[in-house]
Design a protein around this ligand. Structure first.
Ligand SMILES: [Zn+2]
Ligand SMILES: [Zn+2]
Ligand SMILES: [Zn+2]
Ligand SMILES: [Zn+2]
Length: 595
């Protein structure tokens, strides 16, 4: 299965109780969460697949045959019965299909089909918010983004001389009292001993003078080494991982991809890290398999600045859909995944999650998933030229300036796009180049730079349709920083700026209601953002006599509704997460309204 935390789009810090850091970070390269869903985060997702460029360049053009959605799952063996998770306990989901008759079959079962392979389906009608799976990681480690993180807790660390380093092995750690030292989900003693023996091969290469690509290569290896160590230290968990899909044969056919892993992972482990048993052909094969398993099955998680990737015992069984019916989050202490229905699910309906970014258009989402997960998504959103009515990939026609250009056959990745008013057509390659250019332009803007983001919206308003995902991305950042940064705190904001904040929130919410309806984090966050301008404008309107009292009352009711909904969604997030804190703030604000 493929991963990705879509909704979770990002992980930035929330200081105090909400705010957004510019250092922000990335969700997992995908970091995710309330975090300020800041642009960089959203955009940095693509960095996550190390291999993206390799695959895109080499494999895509000639690749006419579409891999079947989920073809990988068909290869899974039905091995999941009564297996144990990382804690040695059965996960909740595993209990559903453990041997023996049970009075309640649980909310879902594993189904198998030619098309989907193994996947999960609802045993009965499920209501929004039902907890389906909670399980701890089989293995966890740094992402492939190239950010240096503490090996114990996955918080960012520097590489300078003043950075605290593990006395045993020399890898940078956050501090001597890092909560992850010696923990199964942190820097274990086995790992420390292994690195300690070969200190000059890696830890001592990590300094602030190390090139970003070398830093990335070194961190990329950590997760692979952890899995290799499990062969001896946690064989049961290793066996669960080894049975996950790796697409090894498919990957082997991609020369560029294969040689990337051969050099950067297999070669380095053997020649520089001197992990001798990997030198054998058998060892090399298993390293390639591990790399494939990680690309295909990893979840990228993290709360409050932490950033890690994980493999879970059963969450990977959910089918992918770009408008899924479940939402997941992770516990900041245990790194357990919590997966719930985000909306009502019919009996026998497949349970789905998304491995792509919600705030990306079909063209980008599909290539992202193909690059990382080796399948071309054919879901309802992908198949619809208007993406479920959001039209979030639509651009303005260059020829007639009136019409809208969109994909005519969105499941044909290289098919021309066409104007709906004239006969102008656009090549996908040109379009990709143009979107990359605009994306780079957006990325160059500091996340706190309100005038810069506003200018961006003006600059591209004659190029992109208003719901285009790149404009939405800028609007989302603006929704979060208006009212939060110096010079733009609510009491000092101009009437016009407050109106803008409200408008962007409403525009964003309308799109998220289409793409990620129900109890989803993005909805909870944006409703919280929206309540403030609605309230302030209502008060201003009443004071100036511009709105009537009944009108004012109606707006107050809307504010109450927004806070209630936001609270109900965000309090589903784990305690200690930024979203949960925002949920508490929403609950508090709602109770103070005294309604
Ligand atoms: Zn730490
Ligand atoms: Zn150590
Ligand atoms: Zn899709
Ligand atoms: Zn046209």
């Amino acid at each position: 299965m493929y991963f990705v935390r879509l909704t979770g789009v990002i992980n930035c810090q929330v200081a105090g109780h909400m705010y957004i850091s510019s250092a922000g970070r990335p969700l997992s390269s995908q970091c995710s969460q309330l975090k300020n869903y800041h642009l960089k985060s959203i955009r940095s997702r693509s960095e996550h697949t190390t291999t993206s460029n390799l695959i895109t360049n080499k494999a895509m053009p000639g690749r006419k045959k579409q891999l079947h959605h989920k073809s990988n799952k068909a290869k899974h063996q039905p091995h999941q019965r009564a297996e144990k998770n990382g804690n040695g306990k059965q996960s909740q989901s595993e209990k559903q299909y453990a041997n023996g008759p049970t009075p309640d079959p649980g909310p879902f079962r594993i189904a198998q089909s030619e098309v989907y392979g193994r996947y999960l389906v609802a045993n009965r009608q499920l209501e929004a918010g039902e907890l389906l799976i909670t399980e701890e990681p089989l293995v966890i480690g740094p992402c492939v983004s190239g950010d240096s993180v503490c090996l114990g807790c996955y918080q960012p660390v520097g590489l300078g001389r003043d950075q605290f380093r593990c006395p045993g092995c020399g890898w940078p750690l956050c501090e001597a009292s890092c909560p992850g030292l010696g923990r199964r989900v942190g820097h274990t003693t086995e790992e420390c001993a292994l690195y300690g023996e070969r200190r000059p091969a890696f830890a001592e290469l990590l300094s602030d003078r190390t090139s970003p690509s070398s830093v990335r290569d070194l961190y990329e290896l950590v997760m692979v080494v952890r899995i290799l160590l499990m062969r001896t230290h946690a064989p049961e968990q290793f066996a669960l991982i080894a049975r996950m899909e790796s697409h090894t044969e498919e990957r082997r056919k991609n020369a560029a991809l294969w040689s990337h892993y051969e050099q950067n992972v297999v070669g380095r482990l053997r020649d520089e890290w001197k992990l001798g048993d990997l030198a054998s052909e058998e060892g090399a094969r298993s390293v390639h398999e591990i790399c494939g398993i990680l690309d295909v099955n990893c979840f990228e998680i993290g709360q409050k600045g932490a950033k890690a990737r994980t493999l879970y015992p059963s969450a990977f069984l959910l089918a992918h859909d770009c408008s899924p019916n479940t939402a997941h989050t992770d516990d900041p202490r245990s790194f357990a995944i919590l997966l719930r229905t985000s909306r009502r699910v019919r009996e026998n309906e497949a349970l789905t999650l998304s491995y792509a970014y919600t705030l990306q258009g079909t063209l980008k989402r599909r290539s992202f998933m193909y690059e990382g997960k080796l399948f071309w998504c054919r879901c309802r959103r992908c198949a619809d030229p208007q993406e479920l009515g959001s039209d979030c990939s639509a651009i303005v026609c260059r020829a007639c300036q009136q019409g809208t250009v969109r994909a005519v056959a969105p499941l044909e990745q290289t098919a021309d796009w066409a104007c709906d008013r004239c006969d102008h057509q656009t090549k996908v390659l040109d379009l990709e180049r143009q979107m990359d250019h605009i994306n780079n332009d957006l990325e160059a803007i500091d996340v706190h730079d309100i005038p810069g983001l506003e200018n961006f919206l003006v600059r591209y308003r004659k190029t992109l349709r208003p719901n285009h995902y790149l404009l939405l991305s800028a609007k989302f950042s603006l929704c979060q920083i208006y009212g939060r940064i110096k010079g733009y705190l609510l009491p000092e904001m101009s009437h016009q700026d407050i109106v803008r904040k409200e408008r962007y929130c409403r525009e964003f919410l309308a799109i998220i209601d289409l793409l990620e309806p129900g109890l989803t984090r993005l909805r909870g966050l944006i409703m919280y953002e929206l309540h403030a301008p609605v309230m302030v404008l209502a008060q201003m309107g009443l004071q100036s006599g511009q709105i009537s009292r009944p009108d004012f009352q109606r707006r107050v009711k809307e504010v109450a509704k927004l806070l209630q909904n936001s609270r109900d969604i965000l309090l589903l997030e784990p305690e200690g997460s930024s979203e949960h804190e925002m949920g508490l703030a929403a609950a508090d604000a709602f109770s103070k309204m005294g309604l």
